[in-house]
Design a protein around this ligand. Structure first.
Ligand code: FES
Length: 82
């Protein structure tokens, strides 16, 4: 989804938790919304860096970080705090 110029990737985990992060991988801007989710980790579709969906941190041995956004669900609608 877009919020102005910002592209945000939304994920609903098997627990029902919603995570929202910047859609661009800090490595080479891979589209994280097209990655594979495993537990609370997104695996970038381009070069397989692993990013924690809660903190936005790229997992070792790689480095980097993406912006994360707080979310809440009200009456079946997802709200993202920008
Ligand atoms: S662009 Fe995501 S790992 Fe390279």
């Amino acid at each position: 989804m877009r919020a102005g110029e910002t592209q945000i990737a939304l994920f609903r985990l098997s627990s029902g938790t919603i995570r929202a992060i910047d859609n661009r991988c800090p490595h080479k801007q891979g589209p994280l919304a097209e990655g594979i989710v495993s537990n609370d980790i997104i695996i970038c579709p381009l070069h397989a860096r692993k990013i924690d969906l809660q903190s936005g941190k790229v997992l070792e041995p790689d480095t980097g970080c993406v912006t994360t956004y707080l979310t809440r669900i009200e009456n079946g609608q997802v709200f993202i705090q920008l």
